[in-house]
Design a protein around this ligand. Structure first.
Ligand code: BES
Ligand code: MN
Ligand code: ZN
Length: 483
């Protein structure tokens, strides 16, 4: 999809037009006849939010009525969802090029609506013989934003799209090596530093967690480090982004039963998310020094696969008793976190991981299960930005009692606790490796990949969390001032 800015006069526009319509609007600014206005009033009166289509043969006018009296983030979210409705109509009308303007709306609402068009238009077409419909061109009314503002949003949206493509690609076409190569290529095009460590190097570094999970695989693991270090960065020490990169999660020898395995191509969503956030920040030259740490491997059973009861020695020397080979994400993340802390002394470390089914059972598919340690200020900012962009985070308790649940008889700690509080014990396991570094853990298992359509997301990868972290980085300066 490409975007342009144009001056749009609703009453004169020749072409398919979307008109956003806030609550209080003077009638005379509407490109509608008296009867049409009456009709619109009756429709909007019944259901405050609705899309009303007027024929302007051969074109259409889509009037999107929304309740602009609500709180701003909610208005914007409603507009993203209405955009999904509009994409359905455009598809039915075979419209590939459309213009967007509005009356009684603010710039942020127009951007949110266009963002909704972009997110709703995504589909994973790689293996489709007949390419499905897509919206090809959107002209946005230049009264609302500058070319630079539009470009910045578009660069972020392109990264979300790339993330979804990666997550939707099955392991047969995207193993650790191929994903590392793709990351290298993307980094190169943006002037981001990229280091790819191969198995030999990972062995030399003694990353016992990543190597154990990889033992059952015929494909080598990779450990990718991306660095974006702009001149004049506001943070003297880097911000570390760690992402779970399980290219496929069969569960290993504790193999996943029946249909629990399906969709596990998405188990590298954390890595794709963190790479996307760093790439978007680099593309838009945000003044924040970022380093992403992405451990990549699949998790499979084989004659040589790692087994429950194994004791691993991790990168930082911690010994770990394996209780279940399906709790593999935390093992590769532990090495990545320990590596980041030891070699980069980050001022804050955030990880994103499709880590536990427990997180999904706790809060469903409506937000991110989050935990933090020594990071009250940045976490508050993250929570605020989550509400702003409607990618919300719910903070779970991180009480010391939970540490007891991962104490081991034979090693320093074990890789899973009891059935209760599974999302939290997973977070606690990771926090052990973050040590004193301010740390935020984001369990994105419920939101990275949707089995069913959810609002403007089709079934499949969502890119959920990228807008959140990008908004966080944009406002990260606020935390610095408070400190
Ligand atoms: N990748 C899964 C978690 C997951 C589940 C992500 C559902 C997305 C949707 C993770 O590696 C896993 O298998 N977790 C286990 C942990 C358990 C063995 C302690 C789980 O949640 O069941
Ligand atoms: Mn697993
Ligand atoms: Zn997993």
């Amino acid at each position: 999809m490409d975007y342009t800015l144009e001056q749009i006069y609703p009453k004169e526009y020749k072409g398919d037009l979307i008109l956003l319509h806030g609550s209080e609007v003077a009638d005379r600014t509407m490109p509608l006849a008296k009867k049409e206005l009456e009709y619109l009033r009756s429709r909007c009166g019944e259901e405050k939010e609705t899309v009303v289509v007027f024929d302007r043969l051969p074109h259409h006018l889509y009037v999107v009525c929304f309740d602009s009296e609500q709180e701003e983030p909610l208005c914007q979210e409603r507009l993203r969802r209405l955009a999904d409705q509009v994409v359905g109509l455009l598809k039915a009308d075979k419209v590939a090029s459309v213009a967007v303007t509005g009356v009684g709306v603010i710039a942020e609402e127009v951007v949110a609506f266009v963002e909704g068009l972009q997110l709703a238009d995504y589909s994973f077409d790689r293996y489709k013989g007949k390419k499905p419909y897509h919206l090809e061109h959107v002209a946005v009314d230049s009264t609302f934003l500058t070319p630079e503002e539009l470009d910045r949003s578009v660069r972020l949206w392109r990264r979300i799209d790339w993330c979804r493509q990666m997550v939707d690609t099955p392991v047969a076409d995207l193993n650790a090596d191929r994903f590392a190569k793709e990351l290298e290529q993307q980094a190169k095009s943006l002037g981001v530093d990229c280091t790819v460590l191969n198995k030999k190097k990972i062995e030399a570094l003694r990353m016992g967690g990543l190597l154990a999970v990889n033992k059952g695989s015929v494909d080598e693991p990779r450990f990718v480090v991306l660095e974006y270090h702009p001149d004049g960065a506001i943070n003297p020490k880097p911000l570390a982004l760690v992402g779970k990169g399980i290219m496929y999660d069969t569960g290993g020898l504790n193999i996943k039963p029946d249909d629990y395995m399906q969709e596990m191509k998405s188990d590298m969503a954390g890595a794709a998310t963190m790479a996307s956030v760093l790439f978007a920040a680099a593309a838009n030259r945000l003044p924040v020094h970022l380093v992403a740490f992405l451990p990549l491997t699949d998790n499979r059973p084989s004659f040589n696969a790692y087994a429950a009861d194994d004791v691993l020695t991790m990168y930082d020397g911690t010994t770990v008793e394996v209780v279940n080979t399906d709790a593999e994400g935390r093992l590769i993340l532990a090495d990545a976190i320990a590596y980041a802390v030891a070699n980069y002394q980050p001022e804050l470390l955030i990880d994103a991981a499709t880590l536990t089914g427990a997180a999904v059972r706790a809060i469903g598919t409506y937000g991110i299960a989050a935990m933090q340690q020594h990071a009250d200020n940045p976490f508050n900012l993250l929570r605020i930005m989550g509400n702003q962009v409607y990618e919300r985070v719910a903070e779970f308790p991180f009480w010391s009692e939970y540490d007891k649940l991962i104490e081991s008889e034979v090693a320093d700690i074990k890789n899973c606790g009891i059935a209760q509080a599974g999302a939290i014990t997973a977070g606690k396991f990771l926090a052990h490796f973050a040590k004193e570094t301010p740390y935020i853990h984001l369990d994105i298992a419920g939101v990275a990949f949707f089995s069913k359509k959810q609002h403007y997301y089709r079934p499949g990868a969502s890119g959920f969390g990228i807008r959140l972290l990008y908004a966080f980085l944009q406002t990260y300066e606020m935390v610095k001032i408070k400190n």
